[in-house]
Design a binder for this molecule. Structure first.
Ligand SMILES: Nc1ncnc2c1ncn2[C@@H]1O[C@H](COP(=O)(O)OP(=O)(O)OP(=O)(O)O)[C@@H](O)[C@H]1O
Ligand SMILES: [Mg+2]
Length: 327
């Protein structure tokens, strides 16, 4: 059966009752879009008794319907919720999983409320507090030092391959059809230096293979401010659809890249490296490589961020990323 989430309140009531996610005397009162999602169809559902979030994966990227994307990603996300819920200190940082409908690729999770994600930190003068940053690092420390069983866990390889294209390949194509001057005049010329740099491209090719290989650590896979929500209680982590068993340095490198793009202070950057509990196999060089890669792909790739940087600032941060990669 084909079922799309753009249903009437009546149809949705019957669907949710069938799933056993609401009671038989409970009805859907209100449906809204909780925030901007790119990959999936995400809705906030309100009944007389409660509110929760539904997330449906279509066989394409929601924002770019001509780009195919594996629907299994939402099953992988559900698995992440299941496996991490076994560790109370990790569960504490995430919404609770309510249910998963494998047939229709629909996930139901606890509603954390109408709250902002942390992408506001890219604005000038806006920062994470040290407490919030500590929480973001704490989540990684706990997860990366938990010995989860990877045997039954899906590889998420199809989604990773799609991501790989945007992380390691697309940004370095001289003619990928994306004119970076539409983001910022002059950016295309700055990017061209990197697109023509064969040594850099070789490094990216090697690092791309690391990303596609499997490792021992459960990763969130998209650990950036858009995956964190602010609640009264604590910073919460959502959207683990890119998760996989890989190298811990990936999550940490991505986190650091975003702090740099948000112009976090040196103190905060040092705090991350000082407080993150490094597993014995931790490789700081790999963190630098992933940090450099993430900065590059966010500034000269397709998945742009609401960055508040001048061309000169982007040029400097790109040069810094280049140094991290080539060191
Ligand atoms: N549990 C939740 N509680 C409250 N709001 C939520 C919750 N889950 C998601 N949202 C809101 O919905 C938005 C989209 O959710 P999510 O990031 O999971 O979707 P996505 O399609 O994977 O997005 P993206 O393309 O950015 O990865 C979030 O940015 C947030 O604003
Ligand atoms: Mg997502």
């Amino acid at each position: 059966m084909n079922l799309h989430l753009d249903l009437s309140t009546l149809e949705l009531t019957s669907y949710l009752q069938q799933q056993g996610w609401i009671n038989n005397n409970e009805t859907v009162q209100h449906i809204e879009k909780p925030g901007e999602g790119n990959m999936n169809m995400v809705l906030r559902i309100k009944t007389e008794n409660r509110s929760f979030i539904l997330k449906q994966a279509n066989p394409f990227v929601q924002k770019y319907p001509n780009i195919p994307a594996p629907q299994e990603r939402v099953a992988v996300e559900a698995k992440f919720y299941e496996i991490t819920a076994t560790v109370p200190s990790i569960k504490h940082y995430m919404p609770t999983l309510i249910g998963f409908d494998v047939e229709h690729h629909i996930l139901a999770v606890e509603d954390l409320g109408k709250t902002a994600d942390f992408t506001f930190i890219y604005q000038k003068g806006k920062y994470l507090t040290n407490i919030q940053l500590n929480q973001a690092v704490d989540f990684l420390s706990i997860m990366h030092n938990t010995d989860f069983n990877s045997d039954e866990f899906p590889s998420n390889l199809a989604l990773r391959q799609l991501n790989h294209e945007h992380l390691f390949v697309y940004p370095y194509l001289e003619d990928n059809g994306f004119n970076l001057d539409t983001i910022q005049v002059g950016l295309q010329a700055v990017a061209m230096r990197y697109k023509k740099d064969e040594a850099l491209k070789k490094k990216m090719k090697t690092l791309g293979k690391v990303y596609l290989s499997s490792g021992r650590t459960l990763l969130h896979g998209d650990y950036y401010p858009g995956s964190w929500l602010r609640t009264n209680d604590t910073l919460k982590v959502i959207d683990p659809e890119f998760c996989f068993f890989g190298d811990c340095e990936y999550d940490l490198g991505v986190l650091i890249a975003h702090l740099k793009m948000a112009q976090a202070s040196t103190e905060q950057l040092e705090m991350v490296l000082a407080t993150y509990e490094k597993p014995s196999w931790f490789n700081p060089r790999l963190v630098d490589l992933f940090t450099g890669m993430e900065i590059m792909r966010r500034i000269i790739g397709l998945a742009q961020l609401p960055l508040n940087l001048t061309l000169a600032e982007r040029t400097v941060i790109l040069a810094e990323a280049y140094e991290l990669i080539m060191a």
